[in-house]
Design a protein around this ligand. Structure first.
Ligand code: PMP
Length: 414
């Protein structure tokens, strides 16, 4: 390790790593160093075992059967909703709607809230550093409802310019949709302030929490949040599941987004009445096993402790930032004062796609590309970046290896 200050992890890192079987393997003869956690995270035994036990011993449909397996599965399913509610800091589990992930959760709000509350000439505000999942649905809503899309600009560090945001807000603003943590830059946005400013003009706020839920302690009530989204596969749980926190008073007034079985109260050929939330927004058989796995992932995160996770990951980020800043020809894109877990960078010597291919030869998994955030790339005038994103199972030594491998790659191309 370099002689920069290295804080001792607030937990036994080797014990943590032993919880994640995938980390044990070698790739191209080198130990796997998994640094693509912003794309998706690996699963601990606690999740793998829970899913295996559920599928092999307890599986049944939920909410329908009046028999042993179905009643048990329903109980476990409901428990998972309660666990997510506690994780996000809401006392009401009915404010948690399960979806297939953040993308579907944002689409749900965009289309359902849009239908009920957004009309001709209304305004929706997003930022210049959103994932496409928090950009395209709002573009579509604007096209469909005659609304106008406005964009909060960012400064050269990758921070939202709040003075400009204030100027965009008006009585026509119906929705502000921004991420908590940018997946392309790592910026942590001041969402409490953003929410309070939007509420002053009567606007509602959706926070895309895909990149924040695995990294920090959250409290919807303290944030005074209207909508908050999350993805299971980014928080050590299964893919195919995620969801939405929605303020009950809003969910109650929103029409269904997907219709069909389970979300109804009563159906006749002439007319259908809908269930209360969250059921109104969960048409069809839900991803049962994935929800149970997500519950186990939440238990695991809570047991490690989100405050400890945040503390250690911030130390890793600071350490990695120093290492990359010491390499000539590397420029970090996204140097906000408040960041979480993500190091995005370019080199004038080598394209990100070549970088990640060479890193892979050293067993290092990083992502190269536009990270589904093309407007962010356009703002920083780069076609793509290489992104290393850390988790609490990563070690300082892996960042040393990343820096050494990068130096080798740059030398090869210089
Ligand atoms: N928003 C952000 C900030 C993300 O990082 C991602 C995933 N890369 C998404 C939305 C979309 O999440 P999912 O693919 O799980 O729906």
């Amino acid at each position: 390790m370099t002689d920069s200050v290295v804080e001792t992890p607030p937990f036994d890192i080797e014990k943590i790593r032993a919880d994640f079987p995938v980390l044990k393997q070698t790739v191209h003869g080198k130990p796997l160093m998994y640094l693509d956690n912003a794309a998706t995270t690996q699963k601990p035994w606690a999740v793998i075992d829970r899913v295996h036990k559920f599928d092999s011993e307890e599986y049944g449909t939920v909410r329908r059967g009046a028999y042993f397996l179905s009643e048990g599965a329903t109980r476990h399913f409901d428990d998972a909703r309660k666990k997510v509610a506690v994780l996000l800091g809401t006392p009401d589990p009915n404010e948690i709607v399960f979806t297939s992930g953040t993308t579907q959760a944002i689409n749900l709000v965009a289309h359902s809230f849009g239908k009920a509350f957004i009309g001709e000439g209304d305004e929706i505000i997003i930022s210049n550093i959103e994932h496409h999942a928090n950009t395209v649905p709002w573009q579509v809503v604007c096209q469909e409802r005659g609304a106008v899309l406005k964009v909060i600009p960012v400064n050269d560090l990758g921070e939202l310019i709040l003075e400009e945001y204030e100027k965009l807000l008006s009585s026509r603003t119906k929705m502000v949709a921004v991420n908590h943590v940018s997946n392309a830059l790592g910026t942590v946005n001041p969402i409490k302030e953003i929410i309070a400013m939007a509420h002053k003009v009567g606007a509602r706020v959706l926070i895309d929490g895909a990149q924040s839920t695995p990294h920090m302690k959250l409290d919807m009530k303290v944030l005074d949040c209207d909508f908050y989204t999350f993805s299971g596969h980014k928080m050590y749980g299964p893919s195919g599941v995620g969801g939405l926190y929605g303020r009950m008073e809003l969910l109650k007034d929103m029409p269904p987004y997907v219709t069909g079985g389970d979300m109804i109260q009563h159906v006749t050929i002439e007319k259908t009445t809908y269930n209360q939330p969250p059921s109104r927004f969960e048409a069809g058989t839900p991803p049962i096993t994935q929800v149970i796995g997500l519950g186990a992932a939440v238990d695991y995160l809570q047991a490690v402790g989100l405050e400890k996770i945040a503390e250690y990951e911030n130390n890793l980020l600071e350490y990695g930032t120093k290492l990359l800043n010491d390499i000539d020809s590397i420029t970090i894109i996204g140097t906000a004062e408040h960041k979480a877990s993500i190091l995005s960078f370019v080199s004038d010597a080598i394209h990100p796609h070549d970088v990640v291919t060479l890193l892979d030869q050293d067993g290092i998994a990083c992502r190269g590309g536009h990270h589904c955030a093309q407007p962010t790339m356009q703002r920083f005038q780069v076609p793509a970046t290489t992104r290393a994103s850390v988790s609490f199972y990563n070690k300082y030594e892996e960042l040393d290896a990343l820096a050494e491998s990068l130096k080798k790659a740059i030398k090869l191309f210089s």
